[in-house]
Design a protein around this ligand. Structure first.
Ligand code: GLV
Ligand code: MN
Ligand code: MN
Length: 420
């Protein structure tokens, strides 16, 4: 066996190639289970097959590429992964980097002649972003047993399509049981999507925790009326009610020095006409905090404020919780292994909390899990300007390779390593 060496150039070429799939007039949008997602999945499956991996599609559409040998078959695999669906007008690295780095790690180990004691797998989970179908991280949530398969397949997207129908339509309603994925350890390499690593001059983030996420859809129901003739005091303006909530959230989060962040990312008025008072406002609230109790307090405060706005604006209110995930602590043993691997390669490393949601937070329910972050230029993500330097992408993949090689080549008695 020669020391494994990861082909970072090939990995980057694939990231760029995948980033062209779902691009229209320069804009990359590859929502889960769309035609663009199908095309990207097809490309990924072709790469997995070229690498000699067994491709498994499960019933929620998660794609696995597995390398096992007669000697290690049947043992719990070391699994790497992330997602290849994107937000609207996305960058090319979010999720795709983790999947393609996982493939590159397996190729590197295969090409080196390594004989791992455990199978290795790379997975692309369905609908991580949650833009089209809520909740986010849906494929990994189902794989971890956190949502029944039938309920997940029945989720209706923002365009009225049912996830199960869309997976059938694009040919990715597989046959495997999503619950069969029980890794020995799960590792997810991802761009940071925030400013911390760049600001601190670190090239690797060892992610110890991930903050809690709470998503709601709120509807205010008022009365449409004439914009010119209706006195201000006689209005039941659903739009004004929604605006109050947006401003309240921003002011409240800014005034408290706490870590909670709040975003209203979707809003729609009906009838949506310049001279008609909105009868209906539908908007989303994304609340996040690393502290479970504080997140709950902020959710309660929001609920109270929504009721008070409904009263004072004389509008109806209804709230639907779209996603609710507690903060997650990753496996301390794996986090330490990431730090050790970075130190061995003399890469400045920082322990950190993830602000974004990731499939690793779901896999942490069923296996020791951890994440590796690399810097994002200017902390920008969910934006086409998302960028990570080639050297940082290569460094992150090298750390992933080292940790995975250590885990997969450890003797089966050494299972405790990953459990910390
Ligand atoms: C996923 O990208 C999220 O954190 O919303
Ligand atoms: Mn992501
Ligand atoms: Mn994302």
């Amino acid at each position: 066996m020669t020391p494994p060496s990861l082909d970072a150039a090939r990995m980057l070429e694939r990231i760029v190639a995948l980033g062209e799939i779902g691009r229209t007039d320069g804009v990359l949008t590859r929502l889960a289970a769309s035609d663009a997602d199908r095309a990207a999945r097809d490309r990924l499956v072709a790469w997995l097959r070229e690498a000699g991996l067994d491709v498994v599609i499960d019933r929620i559409g998660n794609i696995l590429g597995v390398w096992s040998t007669p000697e290690n078959a049947g043992r719990a695999p070391v699994v790497m992964g992330s997602h290849i669906d994107t937000v609207i007008d996305a960058g090319i690295y979010d999720g795709c980097y983790g999947v393609l780095a996982g493939l590159a790690v397996i190729e590197a180990l295969k090409e080196s002649g390594a004989t791992p004691l455990r199978p290795l797998a790379v997975v692309a989970f369905t609908n991580e972003e949650g833009v089209r179908f809520a909740p986010d991280m849906l494929g990994s949530l189902v794989a971890a047993g956190g949502m029944p398969l039938e309920a997940a397949l029945a989720v209706v997207g923002t365009d009225g399509a049912r996830l199960g129908d869309e997976l059938q339509r694009i040919g990715y309603a597989g046959a495997a049981d999503p619950g069969a994925l029980r890794p020995h350890a799960y590792l997810e390499l991802h761009i940071e999507q925030g400013p911390v690593l760049e600001r601190e001059g670190a090239s690797i983030g060892a992610v110890g925790r991930l903050q809690g996420i709470s998503w709601r859809r709120v509807v205010f129901q008022g009365v449409a009326n004439h914009a010119g003739t209706t006195p201000m005091a006689m209005r039941r303006d659903a739009g004004a009610a929604a605006a109050r909530v947006i401003a309240w959230l921003r002011d409240r989060m800014r005034a408290s020095n706490a870590s909670t962040v709040a975003t209203v990312g979707v809003i729609a008025f009906e009838p949506n006409a310049i001279n008609v008072i909105p009868s209906r406002a539908t908007f989303t609230v994304d609340l996040r905090d690393p502290d479970a109790a504080r997140l709950r307090r902020e959710e309660d405060a929001l609920e109270e404020f929504l009721a008070e706005v409904a009263r004072s604006e004389d509008v109806g209110v209804s709230v639907e919780v779209l996603a609710r995930f507690e903060p997650v602590a990753f496996d301390p043993g794996l986090v330490a292994m990431i730090e050790e691997a970075a130190a061995a390669r003399r890469l400045p490393c920082r322990r950190m909390v993830s602000g974004a949601g990731h499939d690793a937070q779901m896999m942490a329910r069923v296996a020791p899990a951890a994440m590796i972050f690399v810097p994002s230029r200017d902390g920008v993500s969910h934006n086409p300007a998302e960028f990570t330097a080639q050297a940082d992408l290569a460094a992150g993949a090298a750390v992933l390779l080292d940790v995975v090689a250590r885990l997969a080549c450890a003797t089966p008695d050494d299972d405790g390593r990953a459990g910390g």
